[in-house]
Design a protein around this ligand. Structure first.
Ligand SMILES: Cc1ncc(C[n+]2csc(CCOP(=O)(O)OP(=O)(O)O)c2C)c(N)n1
Length: 640
């Protein structure tokens, strides 16, 4: 692929020397570079392709990085990264020590605010605008937010505040009529109506309206821009009522229009925040993306010519096991309903949706609302399953505490992407759910160690009608053991011993079981025969199992894929505060270190933090060698 223009662009200052025609050519090259890159790295593609022209126009018109440009979610930022000093590193995207797949402050001065969780850009922008004003600094603040991200409560809180403040910040709506799946909600309907309304076609009279509202210089140039503007209108009533100057909709792929309108906005002296409505297409300019249902939202490595994924794994994901199992149990129980916050396919609920569309509720990017809505459903005798990624559930913590746990309502939490998530990095890691749920009275918390166990845990929750429950499972695929047909519910709070050994016991919770089993092979070769137990429950913990392990072993190691304060803390709390018997067993715990774990492959992550088989085995060998003699003598003293 030829990158004649792009080769000359390292920073936006290079871009600002180009003509409008050259900017158009550059957009083709930038689009190709983005496609070529993601075909090799995997990652988010459709969103970036949709904002290629907008990215160029913004950097052309505004004085970045002095002017602050905030990309909501940050998954559309790859073209921005290419234009802002990171072109030569772009193929390191999502790899160890490489560029991050979202926006990260430490990566570049062009990234004024870290984004990955949705709908934060207007709030952060407002903070920056207030700070600039206090400093008498007239730098511009621009927040770019998608129509999907606009479905979140946080975005409305920010619009409400910004609109009333008369702060001259700029909010750009990137309206591609897509979220990950189809967008939902009244705002989405409103935007669609806005685009197809009379106002859209009656350009001239609406341009006149703008001229009465905006300062003279702006209106003059807007008139000049008419030939480019293909439907520039005003009258976005809702946004105007909120206190913004609404401009648009404009064609977000027409660089000339974009540049003209952005220049007008930049030079304007309006005393209100401006809301610019850009219409774009997700996946624009790449046929396989435009044609696919999800517009290539997130992809594995793929063949550029055909768009075919190069990932040939046909193993099932945990998410799909969840979707299938929930559909199965829903067959016999019409009280079962499912809720998702804009993640139907990501959570496997597309499977449920195909069978029970009336019992699936996609609430938009509104995790807080989803949780409290589920609580409401539970009060009426329904069995709500709220499927949310662990990291996004963090948003709904007060709702979990106040609306669910405190009222002891039987909401079922299907917590997907629990644990590390490899290339998606720390913003998406499911690190804290065991910790923040364990501390809540009334909760039952489970973590399957394989896909068969996930099925059994889902089946268990069907019967938990007197309190909230949760099961947390990892990203990615796993093995179903077809020889094990047991899909029975599990007794609450009951773990299991999987391998009987001596002296050393490993008490696993959840997804590291396979690594523990591999570690045991290494240990066996070293003459150590550990017992392996699977706790299954982070709450209530199986104290009988724990007693048995403590009584019969000199060393106990717990392991879980989560932060401190989780399962291991519950075990230690039991041993130190609740148990009367004094133990001679040495206890260690493996959980996440006290740091955010960088993006890299899952294998690299587990190895870095001592959770792979080798590290587990090494830890036990070390302890065993250092302490086994002492353990024996200590035990003798006790029994004497
Ligand atoms: C709080 C939160 N919930 C869910 C997500 C997952 N997510 C990432 S992008 C996205 C859709 C965003 O849609 P939109 O803002 O329209 O951007 P587009 O991808 O269409 O360009 C969702 C739901 C997230 N990043 N943050």
């Amino acid at each position: 692929m030829s990158y004649k223009l792009l080769n000359k662009i390292n920073f936006p200052s290079d871009l600002r020397k180009l003509s409008l025609i050259e900017l158009e050519n550059l957009s083709n090259e930038l689009r190709n570079k983005t496609i070529e890159t993601v075909s090799k790295t995997g990652g988010h593609l459709g969103a970036g392709l949709g904002v290629v022209e907008l990215t160029i126009a913004l950097h052309f018109v505004f004085n970045t990085p002095r002017d602050r440009l905030i990309w909501d979610v940050g998954h559309q930022s790859y073209p921005h990264k290419i234009l802002t000093g990171r072109k030569n590193k772009i193929e390191t995207l999502r790899q160890k020590n490489g560029l991050y797949g979202f926006v990260k402050r430490s990566e570049s001065e062009y990234d004024p605010f870290g984004t990955a969780h949705s709908s934060t850009s207007i709030s952060a922008g407002m903070g920056m605008k207030v700070a600039k004003d206090l400093n008498n600094d007239n730098a511009k603040i621009i927040s770019v937010i998608g129509d999907g991200a606009l479905s979140a409560g946080m975005a409305y809180e920010a619009l409400n505040n910004v609109g009333a403040s008369n702060k001259q910040m700029i909010v750009i709506l990137n309206d591609n009529d897509m979220s990950i799946d189809r967008p939902v909600g009244a705002m989405s309907n409103y935007l669609t109506k806005l685009l197809s309304s009379k106002q859209y076609t009656n350009v001239r009279s609406l341009l006149k309206k703008i001229s009465t509202k905006l300062s003279n210089s702006v209106s003059k140039t807007l008139y000049k821009a008419e030939e480019f503007s293909k439907g520039l209108v005003t009258g976005g009533t809702l946004f105007e009522e909120l206190g913004f100057y609404y401009l648009g909709p404009i064609d977000g792929h027409d660089i000339k229009t974009l540049v003209q309108v952005l220049e007008n906005i930049k030079d304007s002296s309006v005393d209100k925040p401006i809301f610019l409505h850009c219409v774009t297409k997700k996946g624009y300019g790449y046929e396989p993306a435009e044609k696919s249902d999800d517009k290539f939202h997130g992809v594995n490595k793929f063949d550029v010519k055909t768009g075919q994924s190069l990932n040939s794994s046909n193993k099932k994901t945990y998410s799909s096991i969840f979707g299938e199992t929930l559909s199965n149990v829903a067959k016999n129980d019409e009280k079962i309903v499912a809720l998702t916050a804009a993640m139907i396919s990501g959570t496997g609920l597309d499977i449920f949706n195909s069978q029970y569309p009336d019992r699936l509720f996609d609430v938009g990017i509104a995790e807080q609302h989803a949780v409290t809505m589920a609580a409401g459903l539970a009060t009426e005798g329904f069995k709500p399953y709220v499927a949310i990624y662990s990291t996004f559930l963090q948003r709904a913590y007060d709702q979990i505490v106040h609306d669910v746990a405190l009222q002891k309502l039987p909401v079922r939490f299907a917590i997907d992407r629990a644990g590390l998530v490899g290339a998606d990095g720390p913003t998406h890691a499911g690190s804290y759910d065991i910790t923040f749920l364990s501390t809540l009275p009334n909760f039952i918390i489970m973590a399957p160690s394989n896909q068969n166990e996930l099925i059994r845990m889902i089946n268990t929750t069907v019967f938990i009608n007197d309190r909230p429950s949760a099961f947390r499972y990892p990203r990615g695929t796993g093995e179903i053991n077809n020889n094990d047909n047991n899909i029975d519910p599990i007794e609450i709070g009951k773990g299991i011993i999987l391998e009987e050994g001596n002296e050393v016991a490993i008490l696993n919770l959840g997804s590291r079981l396979q690594s523990c089993q591999e570690a045991i092979k290494i240990l066996n070769a070293n003459g150590i025969q550990p017992t392996l137990a699977d706790a299954r429950f982070a709450k209530p913990i199986d104290t009988n199992l724990l007693e048995q392990l403590l009584d019969n072993h000199k060393y106990l190691l717990t392991i879980e894929e989560g932060s401190s304060g989780g399962f291991s803390s519950s075990v230690l709390n039991y041993i130190h505060n609740e148990r009367i018997k004094i133990t001679s067993t040495k206890v260690n715990n493996i959980f996440f270190p006290d740091k955010f774990i960088d993006h890299q492959s899952p294998e690299e992550q587990y190895s870095e933090i001592g959770m792979d088989a080798d590290s587990i085995a090494k830890k036990i060998i070390q302890i065993y060698q250092d302490n086994v003699v002492n353990f024996q003598s200590f035990n003798k003293n006790i029994s004497n």
